[in-house]
Design a protein around this ligand. Structure first.
Ligand code: AMP
Ligand code: MG
Length: 366
């Protein structure tokens, strides 16, 4: 069950950038919306893992059954902001066959011959998949602008091109989630120094990192424009303070989970009747195996009964919590809980029906 303990507010609302987003004034060491500490954050992320993994599997199953939807997670941030860590963290929670990670470096000679979105379009996630971009088409209005790789006129028109491109993507069934990880100048210095201090981190360091860091103000200005000009209704930016790695991971885990909850991927409907198939399969099994199968179902029924009770208790608690608060929020919370109660009850009834059928199949043998 989706318990939100620890979150005072939905991080999506707190971190979403708008037209007047102020990057300069943003505290990179803040922990917006989280009222508990680091340990609780770790526990929360761990708990979220199961839900994330189920939602991803549903999306994948939907894709296998002919569904067209997918999710694209764009991760941007300066060196040391934690882009790679986020990608690894997200990927570690879900089935590897359902996610595709792409990193974008300086364009190759071949890529340079094409429009800047060419290599991006080739890397988009297929149906049912979650694509994670470590850097993206946004580099073409970041490094391209700061290093003057193209004339101003060119990068200026890219914001509109990007917005149109992403709107098309969304219209064709890809949910677009954009995460900006923002560290402070001091924190970046510390993290780069650590890379120099530790031989096992040398591979992460580049001699370009210091020259790039010297362009800090230009990059901040470029990032500010990205967030203000390309955070759209269809494809919003969430700008995450990233000086505390644990907070960044926590916020991203929650934003990702909520995004998938909103997508609401469904297990595909099958065109056959499980009871008919169960009878056919049982006919091929020994009595001992069938008995073991019934035992397994009995264990699952017990678990489902317990889960059903917990969901009901949680719903009662939630009702008490929202009683007397804003009526719309209260009604929404009640509807959510009612849905959870109903689905737990359905799962329990399904399992009880399965148990009955297996018991009958066994009885027919004696
Ligand atoms: P890293 O992610 O640290 O391995 O570095 C990748 C490098 O590729 C960074 O310096 C980026 O600025 C650079 N890069 C990524 N995309 C582009 C692009 N479209 N144009 C120029 N440089 C890029
Ligand atoms: Mg780097």
């Amino acid at each position: 069950m989706a318990k939100n303990h620890g979150w005072r507010d939905d991080p999506r609302e707190l971190l979403r950038a708008g037209e007047d987003f102020d990057l300069e004034g943003m505290d990179r060491g803040a922990k917006p919306g989280w009222k508990a500490g680091k340990k609780a954050a770790g526990r929360f992320c761990h708990e979220r893992g199961d839900l994330l993994s189920e939602l991803q599997e549903r999306l994948f199953a939907e894709g296998r059954a002919g569904g067209k939807r997918s999710l694209l997670v764009v991760v941007q941030g300066l060196d040391t902001a934690g882009k790679g860590g986020v990608a690894r963290h997200v990927m570690s929670k879900v089935d590897p066959q359902g996610v595709a990670l792409r990193s974008f470096g300086a364009p190759t000679d071949e890529e340079k011959k094409h429009h800047f979105l060419w290599r991006i379009k080739k890397a988009l996630p297929g149906p049912g998949l979650i694509g994670v971009f470590d850097r993206s088409h946004y580099e073409d209005v970041l490094v391209a602008r700061v290093d003057e790789l193209v004339p101003r006129k060119t990068w200026e028109q890219r914001y509109d091109e990007i917005n149109a491109f992403e709107a098309d993507l969304v219209a064709s069934g890809t949910t677009v989630l954009k995460l900006g990880l923002m560290v402070s100048h001091d924190e970046q210095g510390l993290r780069l120094m650590k890379r120099l201090d530790r031989p096992d981190k040398h591979w992460k360091y580049s001699k370009n990192d210091v020259p790039t860091r010297a362009q800090w103000d230009d990059y901040q200005a470029a990032y500010g424009d990205v967030f203000r000009r390309t955070s759209t209704e269809e494809a919003p930016w969430y700008v995450v303070p990233a000086d505390h790695k644990w907070y960044a991971r926590l916020a991203i885990t929650e934003i990702l989970t909520q995004t998938l909850i909103d997508m609401d991927p469904e297990w595909p409907q099958v065109r056959w009747d499980p009871e008919v198939q169960r009878r056919k399969l049982a006919a091929t099994m020994s009595t001992a195996a069938l008995r073991a199968s019934l035992k397994e179902t009995e264990r699952q029924v017990k678990k489902a009964v317990k889960a059903d009770r917990e969901v009901q208790e949680e719903a009662a608690r939630a009702r008490e919590e929202v009683a007397g608060s804003d009526p719309i929020a209260a009604a929404e919370a009640e509807a959510r809980e009612a849905e959870a109660v109903a689905s737990a009850a359905t799962a329990m009834l399904d399992l009880k029906r399965t148990r009955r059928q297996k018991a009958e199949l066994l009885e027919e043998r004696s």
